[in-house]
Design a protein around this ligand. Structure first.
Ligand SMILES: [Zn+2]
Length: 736
């Protein structure tokens, strides 16, 4: 079989010779099982669509917008699935459910049915969108108890459309009225699913149903605090979650009773700060959509990849769409806006590289600014062309970054962003800088099956861990895994109660001494490399200085076994003003600030300070180096792919049925930390060394984006590819 290079380009004589020499097919790694929604009917659709298109009609669209234009656009972009507005606050079909408000512009038309039929003629999967979060005056008049109530006892008008009312998500409006709506849509149209937008409520509700149901369930009155240490608040969080999952199950079963292949698809999910337990979300959903539509505020470009990893941690290889907006998604909500092409491209490919299937969302069938149409068409055309290389079966990353919703809730509370998420973000950025392919791991999914793929697990201040979770991590280490942790990891149980010492103290090799210390100012770390005559690999690249900056928070700890190495020791804080006073009072201590140990084939790194959080806040290059070295040392094996060259790249590696891909997303841009990008700036030559999975031989090596041919070298067990240039994205694809 010839070796193709340069996109789908031509074959040169040299390449042909090389290709012939290495021809062969090998499959060593079995694919992970793909859940396809086996409902006994043989109708399976979840894994089929690769490119989604969502058109959310506005109320005055019917009779005004051009349905044929949209259907033609769906065809042009090769969309194979659509999400179309059906009901909820506005019905776009001739509903018979009392109080289900028909679009005032609809007349006797059926805009939803017309679009659905058009999509079906294109062979598309179609799911119906409902949005139950707001209701009209007639609903209020007939059922005032369906309306959400604020803490002062007032019924809530809609914040953006004051002629509407905010509905209660946990009472009869959703459980009864919306169930009727969902049944009607499923019955009339036999849709493939119903996508529920804003289905989970709009903050605390103090309506009569919530008061009574909460009291009956818990014996408590509804809390008036957000403090997660408050017993009523804790009970409320658990009760609300249970109600919402009950609602999800109800809608799902009602829809499936009518159309077995159909599902209720909740617009839900996320990372540590998301409210619904992702383990349960992952169990309930056969397909899900990550709704982070674009960047806002200070947000790195890799945030879309993080989003993908968080969802995949819970859903495994089930399909996940990445919802992106063509517009600017800042809090000021310009819903009819269009953002730059560079930003749009970079955002979507960052999702694609991390396993999201693109989902373009557009509100309003009437367009005011059409610049996005061609931009999205170009993105989707490429996606369609290389689709088979995007049907991932398994990531090959060996590093897992753990996230913990229970830590965010019970340890972080109202300060979860700083105390929990910022630790994770610091590690995330450090791994990106170090070009380490990695996955994210949910802390309630630490069973050996899931962890088998990983060599190293990173616990960025995962403070709350149950005894069982600690046991699972201990077992992971016993079986050869490595562990890296920071600060208060495992110092609290799953409910946030502080333990006398770390749950994983025996693994870290420390016990706690006293409370958390900080915020420290002007504290340093002494690099102890001279004493041993050589330096520990943790200090690679740092041996030209005797010290670097310390973090801000630290835990006092004592080693429980003799330390064989002590590469970092504490230089305690000293005054930072007046300048005359700025000199260290203690130049040297023997207090270790990193604990390293080896357990069988596994390696343990424990930092008793907030290196990850401070890295996110300060971005010290020394801390970045230390984190990268620590990951390298703890992993203690060759990476599945090593990429060398200048710049900042997100590197992901995937296995498909007959191929292996390495995605390289160019994050090197002055607008990397805050969008939107103005232009795409090409990254110069990168050398990509891929360690071939056992038993595989590539028959063909190609670049899926660039036009220029790569230089390819083969050696036993490796393929070396020189990628000449990367604009926003490149994919090195090996066919087996
Ligand atoms: Zn309520």
């Amino acid at each position: 079989m010839p070796m193709c290079t340069g996109g789908t380009g031509s074959i040169s004589r040299r390449e042909f010779v090389v290709g012939s020499a290495i021809a062969g097919i090998g499959m060593a790694i079995g694919p992970m099982p793909v859940v396809t929604g086996d409902d006994g009917t043989g109708e399976i659709w979840f894994d089929r669509p690769m490119r989604w298109a969502q058109l959310t009609l506005v109320e005055n669209d019917p009779g005004r917008y051009d349905a044929a234009f949209w259907l033609d656009y769906f065809r042009r972009i090769h969309a194979d699935a659509a999400c179309l507005s059906a009901g909820g606050v506005v019905a776009y079909y001739p509903t018979k459910v009392p109080l289900h408000h028909r679009s005032a512009w609809m007349g006797d038309r059926d805009p939803f049915g017309d679009l659905l039929n058009g999509c079906r003629k294109l062979g598309m999967v179609v799911i119906a969108r409902t949005d139950p979060h707001a209701a009209h005056q007639d609903v209020y008049d007939a059922h005032p108890d369906w309306i959400a109530v604020d803490a002062e006892g007032r019924k809530r008008r809609h914040w953006a459309s004051p002629e509407l009312w905010v509905t209660c998500a946990l009472g009869p409006y959703n459980f009864e009225f919306m169930t009727q709506v969902h049944r009607e849509i499923a019955t009339r149209y036999a849709v493939d699913g119903i996508f529920g937008n804003r289905w989970a409520g709009s903050g605390m509700c103090y309506c009569e149903h919530c008061q009574r149901n909460f009291k009956e369930a818990t014996g408590l009155t509804l809390p008036r605090t957000n403090d997660s240490r408050d017993p009523a608040r804790r009970a409320y969080l658990a009760w609300r979650e249970q109600r919402l999952f009950a609602l999800w199950r109800l809608w799902n079963s009602e829809i499936r009773a009518i159309t077995p292949r159909a599902r209720f698809i909740a617009n839900s999910g996320g990372g540590a700060l998301s409210p619904l337990d992702m383990k349960t979300v992952g169990e309930l959903a056969d397909i899900l959509f990550a709704d982070r539509q674009a960047r806002q505020g200070l947000m790195p470009l890799w945030a879309n990849g993080k989003n993908a990893k968080e969802y995949r941690a819970a859903l495994g290889s089930k399909p996940i769409g990445g919802i992106f907006s063509v517009g600017i998604e800042e809090p000021h909500r310009w819903k009819d806006s269009v953002q730059s092409e560079a930003e749009l491209r970079a955002w979507v490919v960052e999702g694609t590289a991390n396993g999201l299937r693109p989902w373009i969302t557009k509100f309003s069938g009437t367009l005011y600014d059409t610049r996005w149409l061609a931009r999205v068409e170009r993105i989707y055309a490429w996606h369609h062309r290389v689709e088979r290389y995007l049907r991932n079966e398994q990531p090959l990353a060996r590093v897992g970054l753990v996230y913990s919703q229970q830590t965010a809730t019970f340890y972080g509370g109202e300060r979860a962003r700083e105390r929990v998420e910022d630790h994770l973000l610091g590690f995330y950025h450090a791994l990106i800088e170090a070009r380490v392919p990695f996955e994210m791991v949910h802390d309630r999914l630490l069973d050996p099956e899931r962890l088998r793929a990983f060599k190293l697990l990173i616990l960025p201040n995962i403070a709350c861990l149950s005894d069982r979770q600690c046991d699972q991590l201990r077992r992971f280490v016993e079986e050869g895994g490595s562990l890296m942790a920071t600060l208060e990891t495992s110092l609290y149980d799953e409910q946030g109660a502080r333990r006398p010492t770390f749950g994983l103290g025996d693994v870290f090799g420390v016990r706690v001494e006293g409370p958390l210390q900080g915020p420290m100012r002007n504290s340093y770390l002494r690099l102890e490399y001279a004493a041993t005559g050589g330096h520990h690999p943790l200090l690679n690249g740092l041996t030209d200085t005797p010290r670097i900056i310390n973090g801000v928070w630290r835990v006092g700890v004592t080693p429980i076994r003799p330390l064989t190495v002590r590469p970092l020791t504490l230089i305690p804080p000293y005054p930072d003003l007046p300048m005359e006073m700025v000199y260290p009072r203690v130049e040297r201590t023997d207090e270790a600030q990193v604990f390293l140990s080896e357990v069988g084939h596994g390696r343990i790194v424990y930092f008793p300070w907030d290196i990850d959080r401070v890295f996110w806040e300060v971005m010290s290059a020394d801390h970045g180096r230390l984190l990268a070295n620590a990951v390298e040392w703890a992993t203690n094996e060759e990476r599945p792919v090593a990429v060398t060259g200048p710049g900042l790249l997100d590197v992901t590696i995937w296995r498909q049925k007959q191929s292996l891909t390495v995605h390289l997303v160019n994050l090197t841009n002055p607008m990397m930390m805050k969008g939107p990008l103005r232009e795409l700036l090409p990254l110069p030559e990168q050398r990509v060394r891929i360690k071939l999975p056992q038993g595989t031989k590539p028959a063909k090596v190609q670049l899926l984006v660039g036009e220029r041919a790569p230089r390819v070298e083969q050696s036993p067990g490796y393929v070396d590819v020189t990628v000449p240039l990367i604009l926003e994205h490149e994919v090195v694809a090996l066919d087996f």
